[in-house]
Ligand binder design. Structure first.
Ligand SMILES: [Zn+2]
Length: 261
């Protein structure tokens, strides 16, 4: 395939995603929290950075933007937000970008922050759809609600859950094992979850990233996408000590539970 995705690890557990068009030698990076790691990867691969995609304003996602712009004079695509003044191309829901021969659609996903966006590519270079979702949907989990309400995050995740099940989920952190431990507390009888935990344990012991996952895996094992499942709803009601009457109520209880897990 013409475009390859490289995993650039940064800090303790961040993944910065570097997309490289090998034919043109051009590259883009998603959420460059650390410029040094990105520059080293670009140099090693002999690539020129033309574009930066930002999902939200947290420092571990934008900390390297200024240094990369200074070095490569690249375009910066990001949410329409005062908190990302570096954005040369501010984006809103439904906007489309054509970069490296791929097309990306912008999906607004408030919850972790109010100005969080995700980038969906319906046809990635490996034949799968790709989703770059920052700190919204994680492998087996979801981002903390720093700014948004449970209803906003639940609605954002419901939107992502409706994408094609084959979609590859490129989230921004390696939190999967901890997320799976929590998921098993919510759904101890979920066989797919048990199997996934074993698979991810083996990957991590071999120091292999557990990301990307597929949306199909998330639908089968991620409690935050399973608020309509009776077992998840019952566990959430047990945790909160009161009946929950909506999937948003279930989501809010599961998120609160995870925050205190
Ligand atoms: Zn964040």
């Amino acid at each position: 395939m013409t475009v390859q995705i490289h995993t650039v690890p940064a800090f303790n557990d961040n993944y910065l995603w570097l997309l490289a068009n090998l034919a043109s030698g051009r590259a883009l990076v998603v959420d460059p929290g650390d410029s040094t790691a990105v520059t080293a990867a670009l140099t090693q691969l002999g690539l020129t950075l033309t574009d930066i995609l930002v999902t939200h304003h947290h420092p571990d996602h934008i900390g390297g933007v200024d240094a990369l712009v200074a070095e490569y004079n690249c375009a910066v695509h990001g949410p329409h937000s005062k908190r990302i003044p570096q954005a040369t191309h501010p984006l809103r829901n439904g906007d489309r970008l054509a970069l490296l021969g791929l097309e990306f659609e912008v999906i607004e996903v408030p919850g972790h922050t109010l100005d969080h966006i995700a980038y969906f590519c319906s046809q990635g270079a490996d034949g799968y759809p790709w989703l770059f979702c920052g700190d919204t949907l994680f492998a087996a989990g979801c981002g903390r609600l720093f700014e948004g309400t449970p209803a906003q995050m639940h609605s954002s995740l419901t939107r992502l859950a409706a994408l094609p099940p084959a979609t590859r989920i490129y989230c921004a952190h390696e939190y999967t094992l901890a997320n799976l431990n929590f998921a098993r507390a919510v759904e101890p009888d979920n066989q797919a979850l048990r199997e996934r935990q074993e698979q991810v344990q083996a990957l991590r012991e071999a120091n292999i990233p557990s990301v990307p996952s597929s949306l199909a895996e998330e639908l089968a094992t991620n409690p935050f996408l399973r608020c309509n499942e009776p077992a998840v709803a019952a566990a959430a009601a047990d945790y909160s000590g009161e009946p929950l009457h909506s999937s948003t109520g279930v989501f809010a209880a599961v998120r609160r539970w995870k925050d205190n897990f």
